[in-house]
Design a protein around this ligand. Structure first.
Ligand code: PLP
Length: 262
């Protein structure tokens, strides 16, 4: 049996709903073998982040090298990277290896408001990592920080997407889930070749959405690892996350995790 391998470079969520745990569960669910490099350990539950404990940068780099030197990794994803130092070193390392499709989820802030990316790391993300992106998957608050734009309308979303392409990303999917002015969850895809489209799904009213961003990006990574084109991978990942939000689990007393198996 042939199975494709994916790599996630991200933080651990002790509550199991986001981060590395969401990524590995999603890879498994989609039939991809998951490898991982931890950037930080978070003490976390459905109410929020209680502590962040970064891994030393050389520990992050050695994990990635151990995986890339052995496995034929077909797609890679970054999530919580936390510091400028980790971002700069990860970007330098990825450039040493033959290019692998790279999904960048520019994780910044947890739902509870705790920072998962240091302020000084934002510039490093823009300068060193975004130019390596096969696709970047910002939500609106993240896109506002990274582009410096105020994003409210469909037109703003299209302009922000163009700004990401100008920063060097080959493609972008602007996730519309944080918009309050539309009835649907609308995500906008654009790429450097000039292709663009919107994927839409009905808005689901639920508080159990912990890990949505991680799970979407991990699904996208899985579909790329299996050889899908970028537009197909985005459309498939959208369906996957829609089902995972519909099946969100009432686990813990705060924001339960999205779920695709139970
Ligand atoms: N914890 C980790 C390790 C994450 O990577 C993320 C998001 O990417 C979160 C928490 C935040 O998840 P949410 O905003 O869905 O609570």
């Amino acid at each position: 049996m042939t199975v494709q391998v994916a790599l996630t470079i991200a933080g651990s969520d002790s509550g199991g709903g986001a981060g590395i745990q969401a990524d590995l569960k999603t890879f498994q669910e989609l039939g991809v073998f998951g490898t991982s490099a931890l950037t930080a350990v978070t003490a976390q539950n459905t109410h929020g982040v209680h502590g962040v404990y970064p891994i030393q940068t050389d520990g992050v780099i050695t994990q990635i090298r151990a995986v890339l030197d052995d496995f034929d990794v077909k797609a890679c994803k970054t999530g919580m990277l936390f510091s400028a130092d980790i971002i700069t070193e990860v970007a330098a390392l990825l450039k040493e290896y033959p290019p692998i499709p790279l999904v960048i989820d520019p994780v910044m802030i947890a739902k509870g408001g705790q920072s998962l990316l240091q302020q000084q790391a934002i510039q490093a993300l823009k300068e060193h990592l975004l130019p390596l992106a096969t696709i970047v998957t910002p939500n609106i608050p993240e896109a506002e920080v990274l582009t410096g734009m105020k994003i409210q309308t469909d037109e703003d979303i299209q302009q922000a997407a163009t700004a990401f392409i100008k920063m060097g990303a080959k493609a972008v999917v602007m996730k519309g889930g944080h918009r309050s002015d539309v009835l649907d969850a609308k995500d906008y895809y654009a790429d450097a070749e000039g292709q663009s489209f919107t994927v839409t799904a009905p808005w689901i009213q639920t508080k159990d959405t912990h890990g949505t961003g991680c799970t979407f990006a991990a699904a996208l990574t899985s579909f790329l690892a299996k050889g899908c084109s970028l537009p197909d991978a985005v459309a498939e990942a959208k369906q996957f996350i829609q089902a995972a939000i519909e099946n969100g689990l009432k686990i813990g007393s705060g924001h339960g995790p999205t779920n695709h198996w139970a």
